[in-house]
Each structure stands twice: as C-alpha cells, then as structure tokens.
Ligand binder design. Sequence first.
Ligand SMILES: Cc1cc2nc3c(=O)[nH]c(=O)nc-3n(C[C@H](O)[C@H](O)[C@H](O)COP(=O)(O)O)c2cc1C
Length: 215
Amino acid sequence: MSTASIQTKEYGTVVRERHSVRHYDSSVKISKEELTELLAEASLAPSSSNTQSWRFLVIDDEAAKQKLLPIANNQNQVVEAAATIVVLGDLDGYKEIGRINDIAVQAGYMPEDFAKQFTENSLRLYSSLPPEKLKSIVQIDGGLVSMQIMLGAKARGYDTVPMGGFNPAKLIEEFKIPSNLVPVMLIAVGKAATPGRLTARLPIEDVTFWNGFDK
Ligand SMILES: Cc1cc2nc3c(=O)[nH]c(=O)nc-3n(C[C@H](O)[C@H](O)[C@H](O)COP(=O)(O)O)c2cc1C
C-alpha cells in the first residue's frame, strides 16, 4: 500500500472536523496518484443497481483552473485548491451494467446465470425510464460519491468545499463535456490556508420523524 493510502483519523473525527474551506494554500499540490486513490475509495459508495453512473473530471492544471474560475462564479477556491473535481452523472452509465456484472462474476461475487438475468432486467428497466427520472438517479448517485470524496479527503488531511455555484451550460461548453454527462457539483480539494467556519445544525429532533407524520 502506498503511503498515500494511510488514513489516520477516525470516522467520528473526520465527520466532525469536515467544514467547507474556501481559502487554500496554493503551494500544496496533490499527486495524480493520490487523487486517483481518493476517487477509487469514494467509488465504493452505493449506487442505483451498482451502476456507478458517476464520472469525474479532475481540474488540476493552471490553465484549466483559470478557465474554470469565471464558470464557477469567480470562487477563488477553484484556483487556490490543489484540484477541483467536477462530479458528473452519466445518463448512459447504466449501459455498463453488463461489464460491471461480468467483473463481479470473475471475482466470484455473483453466479453467472444470476448476472445475466440481472443485466437483462436492469438494461430493460433503465432504458425505459423517462429522462428526468434517469437524471434524478444519476444526481443521487453523484451526491453519494461526492460526500465520500469529501470525507475521504478529510481523512487524508485535506479539506474540501462542494460547489453548486457554477454555470453548467458554460462548464459543458468550455470543457467539451459530452451530452450524456450531467454536472452534479464541483468539489475543491486542497490544504486549508484558513480553517472553514463553524456552521450550525438544527436540533436532530426537529428534522427526524419516527414511524409516520400522524402523531
Ligand atoms: C449542493 C451544494 C452546493 C454548494 N455550493 C457552494 C458554493 O457554490 N460555494 C460555496 O462556497 N459553498 C457551497 N456549498 C457549501 C455550503 O455552503 C456548506 O456545505 C454549508 O454552509 C454547511 O457548511 P459546512 O460544509 O462547513 O458544514 C454548497 C454545498 C452543497 C451541499
């Protein structure tokens, strides 16, 4: 295992210490190897029928960061942070289900006849879904993997900020994003120059309901 894989923080610490960071030490770079490991770990997230419809566009070179800046409403974190990960949802991602199930068969996770049936059923189901339903599915999957990117980064000693403040049409145009890919969010990753500010949460009792709303 490379040193980049070593995580020292407990989940309880990671989840409590993660705060959105908007000022980064621009001298700190994260290697392609480590970013790839971070994404591979994040990809252990659950997804609809294990379709893994997320796709990642990693922006870590200066020219690409400068191109992203106005698209991201001039939020400076996209140039200061080591990288910004554009999390995308692939509307055609379900078409990989056969390959995914084949890998599961090879690994001994799934019997071959089950995989065949599962693939056929999934392809039939997903190809019949209305576009807005498919879009909602890939956005949910993209949200789950995004959270894992942020916690994984924190566990490695980095900080992040998720961003919905960007122009999706411009992003698609400028970075030549294929039409099957829907932007979910941007995530800046890097070393904090200034800690993220603390944010309040509603009391959990006010947002949790047990066994129905009719009590
Ligand atoms: C979908 C989404 C979009 C967000 N967009 C932005 C953004 O464009 N810029 C920004 O600075 N923060 C953005 N945030 C960060 C939130 O403001 C932040 O998560 C929230 O205030 C709670 O703070 P915390 O992340 O430090 O716990 C976004 C968060 C989410 C989940």
